[in-house]
Design a protein around this ligand. Structure first.
Ligand code: SF4
Length: 262
């Protein structure tokens, strides 16, 4: 890709990110003053005709939602899902069969966050239903003595990256406000971040899952436990023991009794 084309792509990705943040009532990311002014011109200051706004679900956020504080721009997960509509804010919409919003208890005490849907999740429109998902379900049911309905399960990006590659930084940036809104609405007592991508998206920085798993962090005041992604466990049986240690730590944090041996 030549430099001009690359710059153009960066420019449009930044516009999409700012637009997504503004629609959700969130502050746009920190950008150099000149860059913000430049990107604001076409995106933030050009009003769409009323008919186009009402026809386009991506632009149809009710004014009442925009007036809410950044930490809680939506009243419910249903409101948020409606607001997302047939989301085409990033390129991942191109290859998806279904958007995978997330599922579970809207008042869950514990939220699991993965990186993105795989082929099975894309087909069914539900998170963690393939082999990795079955392992996560066993962890929740057999390890923790809970049910999937008792917790909430979602991903950083809601549409499947092609070929199960990692989501790209610009895709994460555009979709992340939706995950943040989900966490804000649910208000869990603990978050379990599954794998490097989920940890890095929520915690920022250069996150090394092998080094940082098992150590409590805090996301917006909510205790966050980084642990391995179930897909990694399927390839590395030796990782099951540390994950069980992390699960026990989460149970301790939630005041749940440990009755299994992992
Ligand atoms: S990954 Fe997220 S931002 Fe991108 S199209 Fe899907 S829902 Fe929209």
């Amino acid at each position: 890709m030549n430099a001009g084309k690359e710059l153009k792509e960066i420019f449009f990705a930044t516009k999409r990110l700012i637009s997504a943040c503004e629609e959700m009532g969130l502050e746009p990311p920190m950008l150099p003053e000149g860059a913000l002014e430049f990107t604001e011109r076409p995106v933030l200051r050009k009003p769409a005709p009323p008919s186009a706004q009402s026809m386009n679900p991506e632009k149809s956020a009710p004014e009442t939602l925009k007036n809410k504080p950044p930490s809680s721009p939506f009243d419910s997960l249903e409101d948020l899902r409606k607001h997302m509509g047939d989301c085409r804010r990033c390129d991942l919409h191109n290859g998806r069969k279904h958007m995978v919003f997330g599922e579970g208890n809207p008042k869950a005490r514990l939220v699991f966050v993965g990186e993105g849907p795989g082929v099975d999740e894309d087909r069914e429109g539900r998170p963690f239903v393939g082999k990795s998902g079955q392992l996560l379900t066993r962890i929740i049911e057999n390890g923790m003595g809970l049910t999937r309905d008792a917790v909430y399960i979602c991903n950083v990006v809601k549409c499947r990256p092609p070929g199960n590659r990692d989501p790209k930084p610009d895709e994460i940036s555009v979709c992340l406000p939706f995950l943040k809104a989900q966490l804000s609405i649910i208000g869990p007592e603990a978050i379990c971040a599954l794998g490097r991508v989920a940890c890095q998206a929520l915690m920022g920085g250069d996150f090394k899952i092998t080094r940082h798993r098992g150590k409590w962090r805090t996301y917006e005041g909510i205790p966050l436990m980084p642990t391995f992604h179930p897909a990694y466990l399927l390839r590395n049986a030796a990782a099951k023991r540390p994950v069980w240690d992390d699960v026990k730590s989460i149970m301790g944090k939630l005041g749940l009794e440990v009755t299994q041996n992992g």
